[in-house]
Design a protein around this ligand. Sequence first.
Ligand SMILES: Nc1ncnc2c1ncn2[C@@H]1O[C@H](COP(=O)(O)OP(=O)(O)OP(=O)(O)O)[C@@H](O)[C@H]1O
Ligand SMILES: O=C(O)[C@@H](O)C(=O)CO
Length: 424
Amino acid sequence: MTLSLGCIADDYTGASDLANTLTRAGLRTVQTIGIPADDLALPDVDAVVVSLKSRSIEAGLAVSRSRAAEAWLRGRGASHVLFKICSTFDSTDAGNIGPVMDALRADGGEGVVLVTPAFPETGRTVYQGNLFVGAVPLNESPLKDHPLNPMHDSNLVRVLARQSRTQIGLVDLATVTRGADAVRARLAELAGKGIGAAIIDAVFDRDLETIGLVAAGHRLSVGASGIGLGLARALVSTGKVKSAATSAEAGAAVGGPAACLAGSCSQATLRQIANAEKVMPVLHLDPDRILTGAGEAQRALDWARPRLAEGPVLIASSSTPDQVAALQARHGRDAAGHAIEQAMADIAESLVKSGVRRLVVAGGETSGAVVDRLRIPGFLVGVEIAAGVPVLRAVGAGGDMLLALKSGNFGGAEFFTDALRLMR
Ligand SMILES: Nc1ncnc2c1ncn2[C@@H]1O[C@H](COP(=O)(O)OP(=O)(O)OP(=O)(O)O)[C@@H](O)[C@H]1O
Ligand SMILES: O=C(O)[C@@H](O)C(=O)CO
C-alpha cells in the first residue's frame, strides 16, 4: 500500500469527519484508531486517517503521539501529511495546534505551513485570518462556552502565534482568489521574511480547491475537513489518484439493538437531544452522581436494558453552559470531563455486551473514550448522515458493528433519528 495522503486527526469525530470528506471526494480512505497494529488487515487505500485523542492532552504528549503517527504514514509513502484540527480551532494558548505543527514542520522539512480550519459546508469560513462560525466571529459563537477549551479570540494569526515558536503570516482572500500561483508567490514572500506558517483565508469550496492545489506540492498542512477536500480534489484532478466509489461493504446492515450516547454540551447537541425526546426514551444522567461515584452508570444500564428490545434509547450527560460551569466549579474542569467520559465508556461497554450493534455517540472526547473502551482498531466509511458525520463500520473488532461519531456542533435538529435511519 502506497498512500497518496496521510492524515493525523486530533480527535476521533474529527477523524471520521475528514475520512467522510476524503471518501466523498473519491479517495479510498480508512480511519484507524491510533497507529494500526502490524497485524491489522487494512484494505488497499489512497488515504489513512490516524485518529488520536490529542486535542486536550498535555502538549508534549500530543507532539510525541503525532510524530509517531507521522513516521508511520510517511513510512507508507505519504509525501503529504495533513494534521486535522477542529474547524473551530479548539485549543488553548498552551496548544496543541502550534506545538504539533512546529514538530511536524521540523520533521517534514516544510517551509511555510498552510493552515486553515475553513469548512464552508458547516459554516466555518476564514476571512482576514478571522474565523467565523456561521454569521458570527468565533469568540461570539457558542464555542466561547466550550467545556474544555473556550475560544475567546477569532483572529487565528494571533491565536496560532501564541502557541507556535514560528512567526505566523496571512494569505488573504484576495490572493487566494487570484489562484494557485498567486498563493505560491505570497508563500515565497512570507518564507523570505522567516515566517514558518500562514493562516489562509477561505470562504467557498473553490478557495479550498486553490489551496489544495498548492498544498499538494507541500509536505505538511494543518486544517479541518475543508483543506482535506481541497487536497483530495487536487489529487484526483491532477490524476495522482483515480476517483473511487464508496465501498458497498461499509454500509451493509448489521441489525440488532441501537443506542445513542451524548456527552457533548454544544447547543447543536442540546437541540438534537430535545428533539430525540419526542421519538425515543431519553435518560438524563446526573453529572454530580457520576462525580461522587454514586452508581450512575449502573442506574443508566438498569434503565436502558429492558427498553432495548423496543427500539433505540438515548443516554445523555449534556447540560447547559451554566450547569456545566457550576459542575466544574464544584469538581474541577478536567476531573468533571474525565469522570463523565469514563462513565459514558462504562455504559457503552455494557450496552455492547447486552447486544447493542448500532451506536451513535455525540462529542469528540466522549467518542474517544467510548471507541477506546470498545477497542475498535479502525473504521470503513459508509454513507453520510450529515455534513462531517458518516456511518462507520468497525473493522477488526469482535463482530460487526455500525457507529456514528458526531462532532459536538455537527448535524441537523433531527440528527439522532437521521443517523439511526441510515444505520440498519
Ligand atoms: N454535564 C456536564 N458537565 C460538565 N462537563 C460535561 C457534562 N457532560 C459532558 N461533559 C464533558 O464535556 C466534554 C465534552 O466534550 P466532547 O468533545 O465530548 O463534546 P464537544 O466538545 O461538544 O464535541 P467536539 O469535540 O466534537 O466538538 C467531555 O469531557 C464531557 O465528559
Ligand atoms: O472540524 C470539526 O469541526 C470536527 O471534525 C471536529 O474536529 C470536532 O471535534
